[in-house]
Write a protein that binds this ligand. Structure first.
Ligand code: NAD
Length: 281
């Protein structure tokens, strides 16, 4: 018996990375999945993955920043599978990158449209169908960049913080409808958003990410899929309005001794033992 037997899920950005990994996981747990993405080739491959994993899946091309396309996406899920239980607003981009003074208003607006307007639209247009089902689960991908700053990632940080707090306000509004609204804040996950499918970069990224992580390995889509499955399932019936951090310990504090260069900062310290006042030898 699967944890999502009989449930219908829409997952945006599921042609690749976290969304694709989650679609496969949901399909393997009995859900029928609507794969939504701009990437047609990747979306069709994701449908094949889901079917091979024993599930039902269809692909719908959709731009998550478009209200008409989000409406059509929800309608497709209901037409295809007769109901909607779960929407995972996950599609994303890096967006405008670099010094704040050099970001144009157009690039700011395009970034926010894909990263934040999309989540608003996903919530707005799924709620009527989730109400008809008698409740459901809305999940969005925020980021650790939504709970702390990252230099040079201004619209991304702003949009992801927006996703975290929109999650809370929406959770309050829809709790009476038994619709739970949560988001996930991944740390570094080694997906094409970072390595851009360039030869060798995925492998190099794997090593680099492991060095900066308390858990000493890069994150992978399966790490986030596990949290998404929990939030989608009835195990999370009493969980709403939360930002679930899944980051291998990245945000709990500094781990200088694990960092390749950070270790040198502490070379004046003895390797272990009690260290008293700094004026003492
Ligand atoms: N990889 C990480 O380290 C990381 C960390 C924190 C948060 N995230 C977030 O996770 C989510 C998934 O990213 P990923 O790492 O799997 O990257 P990815 O590039 O592998 O997947 C993102 C998917 O979104 C799709 N997409 C982009 N713009 C779209 C649009 N306008 N309409 C529809 N689809 C669109 C892309 O085609 C792609 O398939 C994003 O929201 C990202 O911001 C990623």
């Amino acid at each position: 018996m699967g944890r999502l037997d009989g449930k219908v899920a829409v997952i945006t950005g599921s042609a690749s990375g976290i969304g694709r990994g989650t679609a496969m996981r949901f399909a393997g747990e009995g859900a029928a999945v609507v794969i939504a993405d701009l990437n047609v080739e990747g979306g069709e491959a994701a449908v094949r993955d889901c079917r091979e994993n024993g599930g039902r899946a269809v692909f719908q091309k959709a731009d998550v920043s478009s209200e008409a396309e989000i409406k059509a996406l929800v309608a497709r899920a209901v037409k295809e599978f007769r109901r909607l239980d779960i929407i995972y607003n996950n599609a994303g981009i890096v967006g405008a990158l670099g010094p704040l003074e050099q970001i144009s208003v157009e690039d700011w607006d395009r970034s926010i449209a894909v990263l934040l307007r999309s989540v608003f639209l996903g919530i707005k247009h799924s709620v009527p169908e989730l109400r008809k089902t008698g409740g459901g689960s809305i999940i969005s991908t925020a980021s650790v960049a939504g709970i702390r700053g990252f230099a040079g990632l201004h619209p991304y940080c702003a949009a992801k913080a927006g996703v975290v707090n929109l999650t809370r306000s929406a959770a309050l509004e829809f709790a009476k409808d038994k619709i739970r609204v949560n988001c996930i804040c991944p740390g570094g996950i080694n997906t094409p958003i970072l390595h851009r499918n360039q030869p060798g970069v995925k492998e190099a990224m794997e090593d680099w990410m492991a060095k900066g992580q308390p858990m000493q390995r890069a994150g992978h889509p399966e790490d986030i899929a596990g949290m998404a499955l929990y939030l989608a399932s009835d195990d999370a019936q009493w969980v709403t309005g939360q930002a679930m951090v899944v980051d291998g310990g990245l945000t709990v504090g500094s781990q200088f001794s694990n960092a390749a260069d950070g270790g040198q900062l502490l070379s004046a310290m003895p390797p272990a033992g009690y260290v008293g006042p700094s004026f003492e030898k």
